[in-house]
Design a binder for this molecule. Structure first.
Ligand SMILES: Nc1nc2c(ncn2[C@@H]2O[C@H](COP(=O)(O)OP(=O)(O)OP(=O)(O)O)[C@@H](O)[C@H]2O)c(=O)[nH]1
Ligand SMILES: [Zn+2]
Length: 346
């Protein structure tokens, strides 16, 4: 087996090695690699021998584990390993499609700034997306140095993030950075609105590493002066970090399970509703409405839950329609091809 020291720093571990085992045994010309950046039709991958640029035939995304081989004289991605987890959102385009922001992610840092109003609904949306991905969410409240009332914000956010750690940090004065660093494990991705402080936090967490990475990139002559876009870097404390650009909107994509986990407190209350299929709207004996009435559950949270469920159902219905359409198209094409066969046989 090739030297894998370099890949170690990019998340190589026993479970990845096992996934590659059969593939590499069967195709000894293939090299294992991790995708660190994706462009149109090409991507940057790290191989045991260093970074290379490879052509992509099937779509890949940052964080993917791939096998690279030669295809018509060009290094190319020949195989993409099954994704252990994937951060997906729906695209804004009219065609309903899922966009994968990052693959094989262990921890999602949901970044929100404390220097203004904390938008709880947006955090809930990002939590649903994160839980759905299969990764563990951590809510990171940035700019703690500029916060009005940190402990109040922490309480508010903790109340809406069951199962997730919530902490406040400041890249300016270093507050909370050691606690966050200690929590980072595996592949970490930063998501959050533009201006939340993601890039600043990424630089703080990466420390000298990013400089080192940039130096590597300097060798292939590509300038590295622009903002980083969804790129994977090794973290000095171990693990890797994917920096995502600010997302104007994060549409949910097939996130029923993620919504359930995000609102597990509410769904638990719902178990006491008189009707099993209670919609928590105006049904008699609704335990959720009773909790809102008594002040145990914020009405805002119930509204947010309903809103995300509606959005999710809408996306699902659009997807089904598209899949149905595609299936019809395939069937038609197949029968056309069959007719062609029969005709030429005559
Ligand atoms: N006071 C304070 N300001 C911060 C902190 N972190 C970041 N900022 C400032 O917040 C602004 C936005 O930070 P960025 O790191 O660019 O935010 P971003 O989330 O990466 O934004 P996009 O690149 O647009 O997605 C910059 O002016 C930073 O200097 C912090 O801990 N404290
Ligand atoms: Zn109910």
């Amino acid at each position: 087996m090739q030297q894998l020291h370099l890949l170690d720093r990019y998340g190589w571990n026993d479970s990845v090695a096992r996934q590659f085992e059969n593939l590499l045994a069967a195709e000894n010309e293939f090299s294992p690699a991790r995708v660190v950046r994706v462009d149109r039709g090409e991507c940057d991958v790290i191989t045991p021998d260093g970074p290379i640029r490879a052509r992509t035939i099937e779509p890949v995304c940052t964080g993917d584990w791939v096998a690279v081989g030669d295809h018509g004289g060009h290094p190319s991605v020949m195989h993409v390993l099954d994704r252990r987890s994937a951060i997906q959102r729906s695209t804004a385009s009219a065609r309903s499609e899922a966009q994968i922001l990052a693959a094989n992610v262990d921890t999602v840092l949901i970044v929100t700034a404390l220097d203004g109003d904390v938008d709880l609904g947006r955090i809930e949306r990002m939590l649903a997306l994160a839980w759905e991905s299969g990764a563990q969410p951590v809510v990171v409240l940035t700019k703690a140095d500029a916060a009005e009332n940190i402990s109040q914000s922490l309480d508010d956010v903790r109340a809406i993030a069951p199962g997730a750690t919530v902490l406040a940090v400041s890249s300016t004065n270093g507050e909370g950075i050691d606690v966050l660093t200690a929590m980072l494990d595996g592949t970490v991705v930063l998501i959050g609105p533009s201006g939340a402080g993601k890039s600043t936090l990424a630089n703080t967490l990466l420390g000298e590493e990013r400089l080192a990475t940039n130096a590597v990139r300097g060798v292939d002559g590509k300038g590295r002066h622009t903002t980083v876009h969804r790129e994977l870097f090794p973290l000095p404390s171990g693990g890797t970090l994917i920096d995502t650009p600010g997302l104007r909107g994060i549409g949910l994509w097939d996130a029923a399970h993620g919504i359930s986990t995000t609102f597990s407190d509410l769904e638990e209350l719902g178990e006491d509703c008189r009707f099993d299929d209670c919609g928590h709207l105006h049904e008699p004996g609704c335990a959720v409405l009773a909790a809102v009435e008594s002040g145990e559950l914020a009405e805002r949270r119930l509204d947010s839950y309903r809103k995300l469920l509606r959005e999710n159902e809408w996306v699902a219905s659009r997807t089904d329609a598209r899949l149905r359409q595609e299936r019809t198209r395939t069937v038609k094409a197949r029968s056309r091809a069959l007719r062609e066969v029969y005709r030429t046989r005559k």
